[in-house]
Design a protein around this ligand. Sequence first.
Ligand code: SAH
Length: 392
Amino acid sequence: MKKLYLNKGKEESLRRYHPWVFSGAVHHVEGHPQEGDLVQVYTAADEFIAVGHWQIGSIAVRVLSFEDDPIGHDFWVRRLRAALDVRRSIGVAGHPHNDTYRLVHGEGDNLPGLIVDMYGKTAVMQAHSVGMHVSRMAIAEALKEVMGDALQNIYYKSETTLPFKAELGQENGFIMGSTPDDIAVENGLRFHIDWLKGQKTGFFVDQRDNRSLVEQYSKGRRVLNMFCYTGGFSVYAMRGGASLVHSVDSSQKAVDLVNANVELNFPGDARHKAFAEDAFKYLEQMDENYDLVILDPPAFAKHRDAIRHAIKGYTKLNARAMEKMPQGSLLFTFSCSQAISKDQFRMAVFTAATLARRKVRILHQLHQPADHPINIYHPEGEYLKGLVLYVE
Ligand code: SAH
């Protein structure tokens, strides 16, 4: 196997099980690895420290194991079984009313660069590294073994997540089975999952617990679900007894999806309406007195250098909403930008409250759910944060 030697002293973060080797830490590499190849990582003192996938870019290696393990079928089975055990123990897998969950969350499951979401009997697999792409068929085989009958199809969806420069030309498609059935169940509610064309793996699995909280507070409220996408929050609010639910997204496709999902669960229910409109424009022009508002925008900061701009965006968005909310209303506000910290987001919302001249109390601090675990040695895995505010 190819061997990578670190500069002297650069093994410290690996000794703390951080799963990345940055290119600046690399002294030299033996054997001319191609991107995606396995490499063994050695200290300057010639001591084995990790094995992982070689990459081109600022992260040179994504670590698969800190043991000198062969990375083959048994390894993938072990890792996937460990991931499934977690989902079983928290009750999202093998549940009679829930078959939608994240089975593999990259570094959070010691599988850097790999995402697997389960929708019924279909797994949607997404590679974010060339190494995971190269291993996709081996992973699919292992997945079959671990999941047994609970898995019939694997859709591979990495067209937009693989490093662009690797020029792999990968197209999305089934690598095992195939099915026209696109309905999955989350907490007893049914959703069409557009794994063929939808964002991420087709659904925002990460908001499951936060949707339940919206359901809990929806009774008799007039709900605005801004940035609704597939309408997860809207459908939960309806089950929670909202008196009215309005869903807004700038994309007409999203509006079609939310309408289809509401119809699937509450056919003919006149409480719901969806609008294809820009969020800022809608907030400015709306004359409805919504007393439960959800703001779940796309990541405003995709990179570190966009942070200041993003903070301004969160401030403006939250201020616009708070200005119009009646007394005693609830605001569920989120940021899924990994580059924005919890404190930065809270500060942006604080500034928004000041600008809107509203008295605001924090009722809940929200985050990603347990099937999106954070590897304690890799705090970068924490990305979703939210606040539930009581607006006086
Ligand atoms: N809340 C959703 C996920 C939101 S994803 C869920 O629980 O599934 C972000 C959504 O914001 C996308 O559907 C995107 O189309 C929409 N969007 C992006 N910019 C927007 C804008 N300026 N106004 C309204 N919607 C926007």
